[in-house]
Design a binder for this molecule. Structure first.
Ligand SMILES: [Zn+2]
Ligand SMILES: [Zn+2]
Length: 83
């Protein structure tokens, strides 16, 4: 597992779980990003942040066993995430 990498140096990790890292912009509270620890992709999309969702894996992080993962339509996550 690679160490989590902030989206930029202006972001601080405010929550870290086995599934994701939540970041907040140091100078703009409320501006957040989320990094999927399954595939290491970072999303700045507010809805992904809010829902704790990785659009790349189709994975909701609050569902550890992935039972509700969105179908990827045969497309695999290009970052090595488990489909
Ligand atoms: Zn992912
Ligand atoms: Zn991915």
């Amino acid at each position: 597992m690679r160490p989590e990498i902030p989206p930029s140096l202006d972001y601080d990790a405010i929550q870290t779980t086995d599934a994701y890292v939540l970041w907040e912009h140091r100078h703009e509270p409320g501006r957040r990003a989320i990094t999927c620890r399954r595939c290491q992709r970072t999303s700045h999309h507010p809805q992904d942040v809010q829902a704790r969702f990785c659009g790349c894996c189709g994975h909701w992080h609050d569902d550890p066993d992935g039972a509700t993962d969105a179908p990827l339509g045969g497309r695999a996550c290009p970052h090595g995430g488990v489909p």
